[in-house]
Design a binder for this molecule. Structure first.
Ligand code: SF4
Length: 315
């Protein structure tokens, strides 16, 4: 019934899927819409990002108050004394009159790429799938840690097992451990177990990274000035970021971290090469100088030895 499959009999409620679609006209979606307006250079570009029906929907929400996109779970719920009877006695009519119209309604469905919600939405041909960005923008480290549970996408984490230590410094100094195991996530305070990956960062800068308010170059600067450090198996970094539906962030840290690592590696290789060359040159000079000294010494001593008898002979 739910257009994004947020309610499932065997799985926990997918809050992120529900929020992305149903609350599209609320704060997170609204912010995304504003960003689309600001980043569009032409009307054509804006319309490519935001179809007309979505602009109308925003106008309606701004005029009459934020409107839900579906809330079909509530619409079809038969709980309550006045409804349960009809549901039990006339199940077929219930489905035909209440459930089917929602299923067959042609409408856009907002999902994030590569999620269970996208897969589910594509099964219903009456729904037009629209891919949107993550709308959770934490304003504190607590918000980020709570958001990590929400933006965690079990579908992407099926074969991922890792323990990540997070150590935040500065304004919101705090430590936390994230354990990802067979499609589940556990977020706890403090540093627990042995970490496969450790991320240390200034709390304010970390929130800027999460909310995409910082460029790759600035992330690189953080790494160079050691205000952000990534230790452990760096190959896990990509996997760690992939299990959360925060795609632009992933690129930023991943690219910068690897650029940084790559630059350090290249610089070290370059320095070692230079050092080797200098050492060889020094050895060469020392050898030549020593040879020259020995050579001149030999000539000098030879002259002395040869001069003596000549001078004696002359006298
Ligand atoms: S509100 Fe809409 S998206 Fe959320 S669970 Fe209900 S039907 Fe699904």
């Amino acid at each position: 019934m739910c257009p994004v499959g947020a309610i499932h009999p065997d799985k926990p409620f997918d809050f992120n899927a529900c929020m992305t679609h149903n609350y599209r006209d609320f704060m997170g979606g609204f912010e995304d819409w504003v960003q689309n307006i600001v980043s569009s250079k032409t009307v054509k570009e804006y319309k490519e990002k935001v179809p007309s029906d979505e602009s109308i929907s925003k106008w309606q929400s701004l005029s009459f108050g934020a409107q839900y996109k579906s809330a079909y779970c509530m619409a079809v719920c038969p709980a309550g004394e006045d409804l349960i009877g009809i549901y039990k006695e006339h199940r077929k009519e219930w489905v035909e009159q209440i459930v089917r119209p929602q299923k067959e309604k042609k409408e856009p469905v907002f999902v994030q790429q590569g999620t269970n919600a996208e897969e589910h939405a594509r099964l219903n041909k009456n729904k037009e799938v629209r891919l949107v960005d993550n709308i959770i923008r934490p304003q504190s480290i607590s918000g980020f840690l709570t958001g990590a549970r929400i933006t965690f996408e079990a579908k992407r984490a099926q074969s991922v097992n890792m323990t990540v230590h997070l150590a935040f410094t500065g304004k919101e100094a705090r430590t936390a451990t994230i354990v990802i195991k067979e499609g589940t996530i556990e977020v706890t305070d403090g540093l627990k177990e042995k970490a496969d990956l450790r991320i240390e960062c200034d709390s304010e800068q970390w929130l800027k990274i999460i909310n995409k308010e910082i460029s790759n170059f600035d992330v690189l600067k953080l790494l160079v000035t050691r205000r952000m450090r990534i230790k452990g198996n760096r190959k896990l970094l990509r996997k760690f970021q992939h299990v959360f539906v925060i795609k632009k962030l992933s690129t930023s840290i991943f690219v910068s971290s690897y650029c940084f690592e790559d630059s350090i590696r290249r610089y070290t290789e370059y320095s070692l090469k230079k050092l080797r060359k200098t050492l060889l040159l020094c050895l060469n000079y020392t050898f030549t100088l020593t040879s020259a000294v020995i050579f001149f010494y030999q000539i000098l001593t030879f002259n002395i030895h040869t001069r003596l008898p000549i001078s004696l002979f002359k006298t």
